[in-house]
Design a protein around this ligand. Structure first.
Ligand SMILES: Cc1ncc(COP(=O)(O)O)c(C=O)c1O
Length: 422
């Protein structure tokens, strides 16, 4: 038996596949591993209570129960849910959306697969295009989502040194050069892995560039606004006819519902619906059904603003304070904590690589992610001359506070040993 080129590409041990396996194996082994590696959201009791209440109401309503389990939704997604999402977004942002501007997907990860392959790869006129990631580091989940190799191009960031131990990445517009081979621009905002939030002015510049080259600007808002709103800084939501915004119910607390929400012009929504039909027939109904009331009432916004965001902000501050204290005296820096659920630690001039440190931490029972995974699209030559790529760790702080503190202690201990050459 031999796999096709598609089969070979999607079964090769690369990027997210091996990472997810590693995380999964650690969990499955039933060990006491401290999980600071994944992007799983926390289970917040107040939010869970809403899901339980809604599930009970669904079970008690014959009509809703049938819609949950017994009906194929249209390929665009569940129409009533799309309609309340549309109203909510128009109330919040006055984007003037119609239901034709919204499609659902089975998780936003699936949306990126569709969008990337709609806008990049082989074109019927013989040309080939790539997805431009203007700011590396960027989400590892993009890296293998192209049907072809060499699907992404990425740019190194400008590094703003806020103080000795704090920095922030910015898009380097001097070096960001689009061309005829650019198929789309994509950024996550807030960014996984760094928690960076691109400024309004960066978004405005990217929007202008995208329009100039007649390519879409894709904004991955999995952690962003209006829900789950894991943004701890000022940032204005952005959408227009040339922008594709991707939202998700996952980080709101429903990762198992696999519900992504794509907001785009009608042609893009039709295309996503077609791919949905071919790949899935229909999208799953669970997310739309369970979140329907929360979206219709607007409670999804108040919960995001008043419960979810403060929950993560407090955890972020606690973890950041603890890590800074535990690493004091070492030549480290943390990315300014602006959102999402990660600390991005830069170990300047560390004698061992972030991957080696990851291995040592795994042996000590702490799982983080080595930063080098988060540079899809930066080619080897770039990597060879840029050590920074191998000097960073992504640390998730969404789990139990005591475990996070213990994990941070072990991380600091290993980092100290590494600098001491032990
Ligand atoms: C930046 C970013 N985008 C998209 C996703 C995909 O999320 P989902 O498919 O659960 O909507 C994730 C998941 O961790 C993410 O971190």
């Amino acid at each position: 038996m031999k796999f096709s080129a598609f089969g070979e590409k999607f079964t090769s041990q690369a990027g997210i596949t091996s990472l997810m396996e590693d995380l999964g194996n650690a969990l499955a082994s039933g060990s006491d591993m401290i999980m600071m590696g994944g992007g799983n959201p926390a289970h917040i009791p107040e939010v869970q209570a809403h899901f339980k209440k809604r599930m009970t109401a669904i079970l008690e309503s014959e009509r809703d129960f049938q819609r949950l389990v017994g009906i194929y939704d249209p390929p665009q997604g569940e129409i009533e849910f799309i309609s309340v999402i549309c109203e909510l977004l128009n109330r919040e942002h006055a984007w003037g959306l119609k239901p034709e501007n919204i499609a659902l997907t089975n998780g936003s990860q699936a949306a990126f697969f569709m969008l990337f392959n709609l806008f990049a790869g082989d074109f019927s006129d013989g040309s080939q295009k790539q997805i431009q990631l203007p700011l590396a580091p960027e989400y590892i989940g993009y890296s293998d989502a192209g049907l072809k190799h060499d699907f992404f191009t990425a740019n190194r960031p400008q590094i703003e040194h806020i103080d000795d131990q704090t920095f922030k990445y910015h898009v380097d517009f001097e070096k960001l050069k689009l061309n005829d081979e650019t198929g789309a621009i994509c950024v996550s905002r807030p960014t996984n892995p760094t928690g960076n939030v691109l400024t309004d002015s960066e978004i405005a510049k990217l929007d202008a560039l995208a329009k100039q080259y007649d390519v879409p600007l894709i904004i991955d808002s999995a952690y962003g606004t209006p829900f789950p709103k894991l943004i701890f800084t000022e940032a204005t939501a952005h959408w227009n006819d040339n922008t594709v915004v991707c939202l998700s119910l996952s980080k709101f607390g429903l990762p198992a519902a696999r519900t992504g929400i794509v907001i785009a012009n009608e042609a893009v929504i039709k295309a996503v619906s077609s791919v949905n039909a071919i790949m899935n027939l229909a999208t799953g109904s669970f997310g739309s059904m369970i979140a329907y009331d929360l979206v219709k009432s607007g409670d999804i916004l108040t919960l995001s603003e008043n419960v979810i965001k403060p929950f993560y902000l407090e955890k972020a501050k606690r973890a950041e304070g603890q890590l800074r204290e535990k690493l004091s005296g070492l030549p480290f820096a943390l990315h300014k904590v602006e959102g999402a659920m990660f600390l991005w630690l830069w170990l300047k001039g560390c004698p061992i690589s972030s991957q080696a440190l990851y291995e040592r931490l795994k042996l000590r029972g702490v799982l983080v992610v080595s930063g080098h995974h988060f540079f899809p699209g930066l080619n080897d030559d770039d990597d060879k001359v840029w050590r920074h790529r191998d000097e960073c760790l992504r640390i998730t702080y969404s789990q139990d506070d005591l475990l996070v503190e213990k994990g941070l202690g072990i991380i600091a201990d290993e980092v100290r040993k590494a600098y001491a050459g032990i």
